[in-house]
Design a protein around this ligand. Structure first.
Ligand code: NDP
Length: 454
């Protein structure tokens, strides 16, 4: 690390104690941006990096709700409004018991650069709560969402801050949140994305993150004259991102052999075909069951429980060509990264946010594999959210083909921006530096233009 990034990170750690994921996300960006600051001393003078690492606003609130037995519970709600230099704050809501301020700050920080890369006018934000929707009835989830929105509505709006889904927040939760916002504000407006198709949602939004991560992998492979045809892929998670990753891998002629949830993973060497994927969608989205059931249904598959505290996850220890981590942060440890390389994996396209620990990222970069970091590879989701905002403003809906074509075009353009930025700043083939630098410059220039409040 340079003296600048050392000093910068010491200050970030002192100011934001006990937020390791936030430190990790900032450190990666500041190291890449170091390559830019030499050529652009004006950014350093204007303290752009210092300003970007400080949220514009953090909102923290109490969310009381009552369960089906009449017992009262209290959770904590958050919204991090990180940066609005290039557009309204935009980023998902995460409902998961692990949620805390540091995790949401890391996600909001990543979102700033990701949204910048999409080419669309969106600032960065993120929010959520430590409420666990698992095992709750639909009525309980609805009462929770209503209570959450009773506070959040004051801070968001179609031109201010437009939340979407993330872990634990899908179509059901967005529906309850939207209904509550509409009731309070007496206004039907595009304040959330990921809405239902018959009330303002965009076609392809549910598919967008997974499809986008696979399009990004295809672009990386194309730089070596290859395609996904015939490639074996390891996919983690079994939620929104994982499901549509598997679908697009099938479309492009590849074969996915794994899926997981927080209990463990399934390995299906014969491949997850369309019928099996339909089973997973029903299991996860409607029955809200566990991935273990897949191995009970399909005898060719095996299920292995995984200890989340273990240094390695056997999911990443199978022969394959590509890996699509699509569950959560830091799910690929350094040992897992080494196992992936040992098993022949040379394409990693991150559907999840920051799924690889820094030691793993270093290994991928050193080995020169095709490594697409989350803020580039999974930007398809927020890109289609941006398209949903445009459609809502126009009161118009594009066809499935139109949205998919735009998504594909955006992923190609993100890939190109990463490649070009990496080359310009002397780091050819390094998508980590490319994504951080391309994302940073657009936001930094907007902040410079807007003066000290930019
Ligand atoms: P879902 O809630 O639909 O699915 C999450 C999946 O990951 C589930 O299978 C879940 O298992 C598993 N998971 C979650 N937390 C953990 C954990 N701590 N350990 C092991 N497994 C875990 O979320 P999404 O698919 O929407 O999100 C997945 C990732 O993609 C996240 O990192 C998210 O930030 C990122 N992302 C999502 C976007 C979107 O559009 N939805 C956009 C860009 C990035 P279980 O059910 O057991 O909890």
């Amino acid at each position: 690390m340079s003296d600048y990034s050392d000093q910068f990170m010491a200050a970030v750690r002192a100011k934001n104690p006990a937020e390791p994921e936030f430190h990790q996300a900032v450190q990666e960006v500041v190291e890449s941006v170091g390559l830019v600051l030499g050529k652009h001393p004006e950014y350093r003078k204007a303290k752009i990096m210092e300003r970007i690492a400080e949220p514009e606003r953090v909102i923290m609130f109490r969310v009381p709700w009552m369960d089906d037995q009449g017992e009262t519970h209290v959770n904590r709600g958050f919204r991090i409004e990180m940066n609005s230099a290039i557009g309204p704050y935009k980023g998902g809501l995460r409902f998961h018991p692990s949620v805390n301020l540091g995790i949401l700050k890391f996600l909001a920080f990543e979102q700033v650069f990701k949204n910048s890369l999409t080419t669309l006018p969106m600032g960065g934000g993120k929010g959520g709560t430590d409420f666990d929707p698992k095992g709750k009835s639909d009525d309980e989830v609805m009462r929770f969402c209503q209570s959450f929105m009773m506070e959040l509505y004051r801070h968001i709006g179609p031109n201010t801050d437009v939340p979407a889904g993330d872990i634990g927040v899908g179509g059901r939760e967005i529906g309850f949140l939207f209904g509550t916002y509409k009731k309070i504000r007496n206004e039907f407006t595009g304040v959330l994305t990921g809405k239902g198709l018959n009330w303002g949602g965009s076609l392809i939004r549910p598919e967008a993150t997974g499809y986008g991560a696979v399009y990004f992998a295809a672009e990386m492979l194309a730089t070596r004259g290859e395609t996904l045809e015939g490639k074996t892929c390891l996919v983690s998670g079994s939620g929104n991102v994982a499901q549509y990753t598997v679908e697009k891998i099938l479309d492009l002629g590849g074969k996915s052999v794994t899926l997981s949830d927080s209990g463990g993973y399934i390995y299906d060497p014969s491949g997850i075909d369309r019928d099996k994927l339909a089973y997973v969608m029903d299991l996860k989205n409607l029955r809200r069951g566990r991935i273990q059931e897949y191995a009970q249904k399909f005898s060719e598959a095996t299920y292995t429980p995984v200890d989340p505290l273990s240094e390695e996850n056997p999911l990443w220890n199978h022969k394959a060509d590509c890996a699509f981590p699509s569950a959560t942060q830091n799910e690929i440890r350094a040992k897992d990264a080494q196992n992936l390389l040992n098993n022949g994996v040379y394409v990693v396209s991150e559907g999840a946010n920051m799924p690889t620990v820094p030691g793993g990222v270093d290994l991928f970069v050193q080995e020169g594999i095709l490594y697409g970091p989350g803020k580039a590879a999974n930007a398809g989701g927020v890109a289609v959210s941006g398209l949903e905002m445009s459609q809502n403003s126009m009161r118009y809906a594009w066809s499935r083909e139109e949205v998919d074509k735009k998504l594909h075009g955006i992923m190609k353009s993100i890939h190109r921006a990463c490649v070009e930025a990496a080359e310009t700043y002397g780091s050819k083939g390094n998508y980590v530096n490319g994504a951080n630098i391309a994302g940073f410059i657009k936001v930094a220039d907007a902040m410079m233009d807007q003066g000290i409040f930019g």
